[in-house]
Structures are given as C-alpha cells and as structure tokens.
Design a protein around this ligand. Structure first.
Ligand SMILES: [Zn+2]
Length: 245
C-alpha cells in the first residue's frame, strides 16, 4: 500500500461512526480524494477530539491501493496548517466558503489534479478575511470555471459569433456556453435574460470579479451540476440577492 503525502483542504465532511470520519479533500497534486479518518474523533486524557473540520488546510498522508482508486483511501496523518479562523465568526464568509467547497466537490473529478485551482481556493479562503464575500466568491468561481473548462463566453453570441457587448437585449445559455443574441435566442431552449451590465462585467473580467455577477454564476453552476448548490439559497440571502441579474 503506497503512502501519499500532499497538501489538502477539507471540502466535505461526513460523520461515519462514533470515532471515524469520511472526508472529501481537495489535494494539491492528486485532486479530489475521499478518505476515511479512523479514530480521529477519539478523545485523549488532555484533549477532546473534535476531528478534522470542514474548510481547514493541512498536510495529509493517506494510503491508496493501486488499482482501487474508487475505494476510500485511509488517512494516516493530518497536520493542520491553516484553520481559516476568520470564517468561523462570520456567517456570510462561512456560507461563501462552503458554497465554493460544495461546487468544487461537485465539478472536479477524483484523482484529477488541479494545482492551480488548489492555490486559488487557498487564496480565496485567506482573502475572505479582507474582501467582501460576494466579490471574493465570484472571483473564485470565475477562476474555477476557467480551470475546469466551463467558463462561458460573454462578449459574443455563442451561436452566431456576433459581438454582443453593445446589445441591450441579451440572453444567457449555460448549456450553449455563454451569451446568446436576440436573433439566435428563439432556437435556444435553456436560457435566461442577461443584463448588459453583467455581460460587460464578465466580458472584461480577467481576474477579479464583482459580486454583482454572482446570480449569473450561481445560475450557470446550477445548470452545470443539474441542481442548485445546497448553499445557494443561504448565500443569496447573505449577499442580499433579491432577483435575477
Ligand atoms: Zn446570435
């Protein structure tokens, strides 16, 4: 059984039994991994074991059986490196972080490494200490979409290729992959209105994205995942999103 060392961020946590946890972790060099942490919640004389928390970063060692990658790996060591303490006392920050964790679990494949996305996720979680959560989350999602190949095209119609940045009446289709002009819109089944402001905002977005783009990103992710993130409603409420952008 091979031992693997890596950096990891805990994206999902399931209590498995009295003393064990099953975790979905995002590792830097080995992508998403499902690991079982046995005995991790056991208390000692001096310390009450609370296990490994959601959204903490650490150095991980786990054992994986070659050829049995679909099985749970066994966590053998965990040393916390960053607990992102600033998330724990602010609900909007925590919801934003949990939303990012949820969509990252759902849209990345196990054993598919994305070191750049790992670093981006880490920077996002640290950045929540200073940046408004809606801006920080939208920026992370925009970068994630590029990394996993699902970033929509926003400056030209995905159907006819015409530049759309001057259009007042615009649509967005997640499954078509971006903006749709009014001429092509009737032949597209899955679509929603796209405000010129959001289209312009994302057309010009290289790295940082305003939180005003969140409703569209949330819609796109919902379509890509086949259902909304379980954090979607909480995040929308925390961000004060009342209607579709
Ligand atoms: Zn068109």
């Amino acid at each position: 059984m091979a031992l693997v060392k890596d950096s990891a961020i805990v994206l999902r946590r399931l209590d498995f039994s009295e003393t064990s946890q099953v975790l979905a972790v995002f590792t830097r060099a080995h992508g998403q991994q499902r690991v079982i942490a046995k005995g991790v919640k056991r208390s000692t004389k001096t310390r009450t074991g609370i296990g490994i928390d959601l959204l903490e970063k650490g150095d991980i060692v786990f054992s994986a059986r070659p050829g049995k990658e679909d099985r749970l790996a066994t966590l053998t060591e965990w040393r916390q490196r960053d607990g992102y303490r600033h998330l724990r006392d602010d609900l909007a920050r925590m919801y934003a972080a949990e939303y990012a964790a949820d969509v990252t679990v759902q849209l990345t494949e196990a054993h598919d490494p994305h070191p750049g996305l790992f670093d981006t996720l880490d920077a996002f979680l640290r950045g929540l200490e200073k940046l408004p959560p809606a801006d920080a989350l939208s920026t992370y999602l925009w970068r994630m979409l590029r990394e996993i190949g699902l970033r929509p095209q926003m400056d030209a119609c995905v159907s006819c290729g015409r530049e759309t940045t001057d259009d007042e009446l615009l649509f967005f289709s997640s499954h078509q992959g971006g903006a749709v002009c009014r001429d092509c819109e009737p032949s597209v089944v899955e679509k929603r209105r796209l405000s010129r402001e959001t289209a312009l905002l994302l057309s010009h977005a290289n790295e940082a994205v305003s939180g005003r783009a969140f409703p569209l990103l949330d819609y796109h992710l919902r379509e890509m995942m086949g259902r909304p993130s379980k954090l979607s409603a909480l995040v929308r409420r925390a961000f004060g999103v009342r209607h579709r952008a």
